[in-house]
Write a protein that binds this ligand. Sequence first.
Ligand code: 6AU
Length: 250
Amino acid sequence: EEEKRLSYEQKLDICDHSIAQKLLEIAIEKKSNLIVSADVTTTQELLALAEKVGPHIVALKTHIDILIDFDSDNTILPLKDLATKYNFLLMEDRKFADIGNTQELQFAYGTYKISNWADFVTAQVIAGYDSLDCFRNVGVVAIIGMSSKGTLTDADYREDATKIALSHPNVFGGVAQNKVPNELLLFTPGINLADAGDGKGQQYNTPEHAFTQLETDFIIVGRGIYKSTDAEKSALTYKIAGWSAYEASL
Ligand code: 6AU
């Protein structure tokens, strides 16, 4: 018989990181594996989107540095309140890619003070194992493979990146377009039900592909939701599509 993917309940037994545990618990409770990528450029749009999609998501993914009006009191405090109100985590998609000392500074200082509010962050592993030591008080999702056409994350790179992700205690997951070992949570962006690409190198797949072929744990959807005329309705559509695809893959 073909080996079955692990359920969220089974993953709870083998993924020890506290943030992995929280994500899995939220997924089970909300029957959702959806992460919305809030790639909007004003605080008002960010908060309005979080309010609409909050009930349907396990995490809201930010690119906090694209906001034109970032302000820790006006942006982060209300965002934190919404995360508490609707029970979702904050994933800052910073994709750190430097030496440990520089990342430590980028993480805790500057305008965004990511370490003060993010539950988990994305990081490249290009600078090696030790570069990830600085993310002590959050969880890290390692970029193992990218969704864009022509990405340099070939099979050799992904194999080495996966080794770092598996062995570093701060890392509990990976972003990839391929299967990863069961001990990691898999996050898959490049998900869209309507489009195959964006004309700028992005390549899209369906939730069904992500769960059946990649055995992913979480789908990440940006424009498919925040660009649609009714973001709440679209979030619900992707939530249901993601959950059905997960159940069908069990
Ligand atoms: O659904 P989209 O195409 O509008 O947005 C996809 C989101 C963007 C990207 O920065 C991000 O997912 N992303 C990532 C992440 C999550 O790290 C990696 C990748 O390989 N491809 C990708 O699109 O916010």
